[in-house]
Design a protein around this ligand. Structure first.
Ligand SMILES: [Zn+2]
Length: 397
């Protein structure tokens, strides 16, 4: 089943050296927290060309360990399983791949969801787009993957439960582009998906997310608006906010950007639930993007101009300073001014123990939805414009 079985002895040495270099990189970044990513993690591996069928069939779907959409029959939809990382049992995590291969050639778009396991509206957005596609009328290809972080999705949790050295919970959206010989399953899984599935089939890529469990966000896109190809796509979404920031390394859309593939991250409301209203906005925007690239024909739907989109380059975080129950005084998308009180917090006696005010003028992007909080939790994110934006901002995408 594994094409690597003949290389297992050689591979052991690679894995040992990968662990050693990761340890060195950790030391280096601790000494220099402003430093860039370790170069070993960014070394571009050779990308295998072509499609590799393992010979397995699961639920009637053929299994591939590498995919080139050019090998698939045009004018059809193809449902496949991609063979992801190997588990302790020796079996693999498979991910679901849907390819709408147009009758005519054209650009190739990749739609991803399920990098975090609790972000259901992102999955449903991608499925809805794919269900609307008619390959016979398309010029180009759309490939969708909806369950990247399978073990996280099985329990609808954000992080991948990795059992290699005791139990770690690993945020898969800090692992891209992955490492073939990485010390954790999510790192190796990311490498396999990025190099054998995503990158070889993407002219553009969109990685869909939502808020996280306990923290709800509005409808917005995270994108580097200084990149013209990205700006052109993001402006086609009829959603209220754009977070114009490159955020940090390790997220999937930045791994695409690092290899020259325009990419961004939509954020579609709360985790764990489906938000049909927001989903329809992102479906409309994504169909616009596919029209923009000539993959689909037809008139554009509504865009950012139709909703008077607010663009900010920074997210102002308000962190809890006390334990207690939080009461929000504003709603998502509300405009706030500097000094405005946005939340209070009460202790178990009902006494107010903290009052939280905005430090900036902007719009509410995200709010803690779990009512209780301990000190240090983010309570509110406010989208605003900073005169000199920081290059990378921490944001719980
Ligand atoms: Zn996410």
């Amino acid at each position: 089943m594994s094409e690597d079985s003949g290389n297992s002895v050689d591979r052991r040495d690679f894995m040992i050296s990968a662990i050693a270099s990761a340890a060195l990189a950790t030391k280096a970044s601790a000494a220099n927290p402003q430093g860039t990513m370790p170069s070993s993690a960014n070394t571009l591996p050779a990308v295998p060309q072509g499609t590799a069928y393992t010979g397995d069939v699961i639920d009637g779907k053929k299994v591939v360990s590498a995919l080139d959409v050019n090998d698939l029959e045009p004018g059809q939809k193809h449902l496949l399983y991609f063979q992801g990382v190997e588990m302790p049992t020796g079996q693999h995590w498979y991910v679901s791949v849907t390819v709408a291969k147009g009758a005519k050639p054209g650009k190739r778009a990749v739609l991803v969801s399920g990098v975090h396991g609790d972000e259901m509206s992102s999955v449903h957005t991608v499925q809805t787009v794919m269900n609307q596609l008619e390959p016979a009328k398309m010029s180009g290809t759309v490939m969708a993957v909806t369950d990247v972080s399978r073990p996280a999705m099985e329990s609808m949790q954000r992080r991948w439960p990795n059992s290699g050295r005791g139990m770690d919970l690993i945020d898969m959206n800090r692992e891209w582009p992955g490492n073939e010989n990485g010390a954790t399953a999510p790192s190796r899984h990311a490498w396999l998906l990025f190099n054998r599935l995503f990158r070889p089939n993407a002219d553009v890529a969109i990685d869909f997310h939502t808020g996280t469990t306990g923290f709800e966000v509005t409808a917005f896109n995270i994108a580097g608006m200084d990149v013209p190809e990205v700006k052109a796509m993001v402006e086609l979404y009829p959603v209220g906010q754009i977070f114009d920031n490159h955020v940090y390394p390790g997220v999937l859309h930045n791994a695409f950007m690092d290899v020259g593939i325009p990419s961004f991250t939509p954020e579609i409301g709360a985790a764990r639930v489906l938000d049909p209203t927001m989903i329809s906005l992102f479906v409309e925007g994504t169909m616009n993007v596919l029209k923009h690239h000539g993959i689909l024909a037809g008139p554009m739907g509504r865009t950012g101009k139709d909703v008077n989109v607010f663009v900010g380059n920074s997210a102002f975080p308000i962190l809890a300073t006390a334990g207690g129950v939080v009461e929000h005084l504003v709603k998502l998308n509300d405009k706030v001014v500097a000094g405005q009180k946005v939340a209070i917090q009460r202790n178990s006696f009902g006494e107010v123990v903290a009052e939280y005010t905005s430090g900036v003028a902007g719009e509410i992007t995200g709010q803690r939805s779990d009512a209780m909080s301990e000190p240090g939790n983010p309570l509110v994110f406010i989208l605003f414009n900073k005169a000199t934006p920081e290059s990378a901002e921490v944001y719980p995408e």
